[in-house]
Design a protein around this ligand. Structure first.
Ligand code: T4K
Length: 375
């Protein structure tokens, strides 16, 4: 039925449905639905093992995980972040009156460019929030060096980077804390969910309290807190999907190779690459369109794909700095972000995951080629 189907970026992967349903029955029978149930605890243990990190704190989603991690780590004033990221990276700061200061990214890695950071540091700067964009790690040692020299806290938004490594070490144990998203669109999902990881026991305890209103005992609240708890049904989904992580990665890898073959030789079209020496989840198939060499603009290609029911995405167009409230507060931020501005005009994310077969990909690539080769 290729051609009569929609292909979406972000279609969820779903592991063993019977296992999930069995866990669901256990939840219903136990009458324990949230607030640190058995599946939530098991999920935290399994993530700790996988990532080799001492503490995992499960959250209701990645955005609340970022907000809690930022607050618990003591971020305030200004924090340096990329603009080439999902809006949650900036909003998690602004939501608590911390100003995100947008820094440009490296044109090859799409991650924070350490050489651009020091010019942005002011007496109000309290930290750096790096994003491992597309699952490719930030220049961690470059960022650590700057953070150490300026007394800044270093945190990572690892929403894209579950199962990825940096110089052989799994992402999850770097900086003060790292935050993963288990949203439906992520290759391992918990419907909605997030995980904050840290090797700092004191910080982990603080985050556990903050995710449960600051309760330290039945009738005692010692902190300002919020409700960041992961429900048992989400934990059951997360655990079930985590059990299929190897299969999901293998499918993503095969899909990536199929796209690479299918789009090979098109002038001005390239896929971002991943380091074969690192662990990688291959969950994003990212095309860059070089407008000088390709006969069609990025937007013309996306429009053509959409007309053929291939719902490709322009992540992270137009860049956080061009969205509210940031574009009103810093109308000329783009002048300091030439690489980000350029990337926002050239990137297309294509559908992958277990709902897309290699035959589907051959067809999607034929539509893509047809568009580029049209007179
Ligand atoms: N930091 C970074 C770097 C992130 O990428 C994200 C999330 C976060 C932080 C925040 O984590 P969470 O708080 O979300 O845990 C989507 C996701 O909603 C968002 O979670 C994700 N990043 C972002 C990259 O993608 P949108 O605005 O593109 O969502 P939407 O509704 O357009 O859906 C995306 C695609 O997924 C569509 O093609 C439809 C498909 N889809 C979606 C859902 C929910 C399905 O096929 N089934 C579904 O159930 O943000």
């Amino acid at each position: 039925m290729i051609g009569n189907r929609d292909f979406f970026v972000g279609r969820p992967n779903i592991g063993d449905q019977e296992v999930f349903l069995k866990r669901t029955c256990e939840i219903l029978e136990s009458r324990w639905l949230s607030n640190g149930g058995q599946f939530c605890e098991e999920l935290e243990r399994k993530f700790s093992e996988l990532l080799g990190v001492k503490h995992c704190v499960a959250m209701c989603n990645g955005t609340i995980g970022l907000e809690i991690a930022a607050r618990a780590a003591g971020l305030e004033g200004e924090v340096i972040v990329p603009s080439f990221t999902f809006i949650a990276t900036a909003h998690c700061l602004q939501w608590q009156a911390i100003t995100p200061v947008f820094c440009d990214v490296d044109p090859v890695t799409h991650n924070l460019d350490p050489s651009k950071i020091e010019d942005l540091i002011t007496p109000r700067t309290s930290g750096i929030l790096g994003v491992h964009c597309w699952g490719r790690s930030c220049d961690i040692s470059g960022l650590e060096d700057i953070a150490r020299r300026h007394g800044l806290k270093l945190l990572f938004d690892a929403s894209h980077a579950l199962g990825c490594s940096s110089q052989g070490r799994m992402i999850g144990g770097f900086g003060e804390a790292e935050v993963f998203s288990l949203h439906a669109t992520k290759f391992v999902n918990a419907f909605e969910g997030g995980i904050v990881t840290t090797n700092n026991g004191e910080l982990a305890n603080k985050m556990r309290l903050m995710r449960n209103f600051g309760f330290t005992n039945y009738d005692q609240v010692d902190y300002i807190g919020t409700n960041g708890k992961m429900s048992e049904i989400s934990a059951a989904m997360g655990l079930t999907n985590l059990e299929s992580i190897e299969e999901f990665i293998a499918v993503n890898r095969g899909n990536f190779d199929a796209y690479q073959d299918g789009l090979a030789g098109l002038p001005g079209i390239s896929l971002i690459s991943y380091d074969e020496n690192e662990s990688c989840n291959w969950q994003y198939v990212v095309v860059e369109v070089d407008s000088k060499r390709c006969s069609k603009s990025r937007d013309m290609i996306v429009e053509y794909l959409h007309r053929h029911n291939v719902i490709a995405r322009r992540y992270f167009y137009p860049g956080c700095h061009r969205m509210e409230p940031y574009c009103s507060s810093f109308p000329s931020a783009g002048l300091l972000l030439p690489v980000t501005e350029n990337l926002c005009q050239r990137v297309i994310v294509l559908p992958t995951g277990t709902t897309v077969s290699t035959d589907d990909i051959a067809w999607i690539c034929s539509v893509f080629r047809e568009c580029v080769n049209l007179n």
